[in-house]
Ligand binder design. Structure first.
Ligand code: G3H
Ligand code: 13P
Ligand code: ZN
Length: 319
């Protein structure tokens, strides 16, 4: 059942976070749904602009509609990840998405507010949830790359003002994480003092953490042992920190890179061990099973595992 992200946040706030997982193809969709049903977790499917244009935007929509039928128990929001104004409007008008992100964080404050407000007005008229972003994460997202020196953590006072002026439903905050496989070289991590300060000014308001992949070191090592050349030693977010962040109002935790690492490891190992194989289905089947296992394990860290029934009861009651 597809519901607005806002409905999922209402049940999760302060208790657990929803895993927001990016998908690009049917194997990821199957693994995601299986993992969430196995762990009895509500979740958010994210579709980036790149994912929408990988084949045709209607292809992913059709895959998700099919998955919704195959797994009638599932409870989720369909979310545009890092949308610009045109993509967000397109998703709002599609009648399929229940949540959109408008990422105008690279603009100055007033322009970010103005763009976000236009999306909020259009989205709320259709009961669609809007995530906005304030602050600057590091790493690469879509076609924008942010150098470490330009990263700036979200200012709590600005966050309060931004939410008031824009009317957005949730806010992606820069709190120390970054996109991609190379986040921290040392002992850095989430700036919990910053999250606390934001929550103090915006109590009850859902916060979003991007760049939350954990970049498991055993995954990186297996990829490299099978011919990959990923830089070892770079770290992701410690998944033990997901739940403490959730308790501070972080309701949505974005995980994409880790799923790509699972895909890469499965395919590299399969073709290393079966050099004469050229069939796509055997590694595809292994990937779906491994991705489902990965998703279920993340949902346990996020605290969303086991919350499906309660969240569904809340969603049905608020219809
Ligand atoms: O933050 C970006 C997400 O990981 C999506 O990546 O734009 O390559 O699909 P993508
Ligand atoms: P990762 O690169 O850490 O998986 O972050 C994904 C993300 O923030 C998608 O919006
Ligand atoms: Zn992101």
């Amino acid at each position: 059942m597809i519901v607005p992200a806002r409905t999922l946040f209402e049940h999760a706030y302060g208790k657990y976070a929803l895993g927001a997982y990016n998908i690009n193809n049917l194997e990821q969709a199957m693994g995601l749904f299986r993992g969430c049903i196995e762990s009895q977790a509500p979740f958010i499917i994210q579709i980036s602009k790149g994912a929408r244009s990988y084949t045709d935007k209607s292809m992913l929509e059709a895959i998700i509609r099919a998955a919704d039928q195959i797994f009638p128990e599932a409870l989720f929001a369909v979310h545009l990840d890092h949308g610009d104004e045109a993509a967000a409007m397109d998703c709002i008008n599609s009648g399929f998405y229940s949540s959109v992100m408008i990422d105008a964080s690279h603009h100055a404050f007033a322009e970010n507010v103005a763009i976000t407000k236009r999306i909020v007005d259009a989205a709320h008229a259709k009961n669609i949830t809007v995530e906005a972003e304030l602050g600057m994460l590091g790493g690469v997202e879509e076609d924008i790359s942010v150098d470490e020196k330009n990263v700036c953590l979200t200012d709590p006072e600005e966050a309060l003002e931004f939410v008031k002026q824009s009317g957005c439903d949730s806010l992606a905050c820069a709190i120390g994480t970054s996109h991609g496989a190379y986040k921290f070289s040392g002992g850095q991590g989430i700036h919990f003092d910053r999250v606390t300060a934001i929550q103090n000014l915006l109590p009850g308001f859902p916060l979003v953490m991007h760049g939350s992949s954990s970049v498991p070191q055993d995954e990186v090592q297996r990829i490299n042992a099978a011919g990959g050349e990923l830089k070892e030693g770079a770290k992701g977010v410690d998944p033990e920190q997901y739940l403490p962040a959730a308790k501070l109002g972080v309701c949505k935790i974005n995980i994409d890179t880790d799923g790509r690492l699972v895909w890469c490891r499965v395919h590299r190992e399969h073709f290393r061990d079966n050099p004469s194989d050229f069939d796509l289905r055997p590694p595809g089947k292994i990937f779906m099973a491994e991705y489902a296992k990965f998703i279920a394990s993340r949902n346990v860290y996020l605290g969303s595992a086991g919350q499906l029934e309660g969240s569904k009861a809340h969603a049905l009651a608020s219809k």
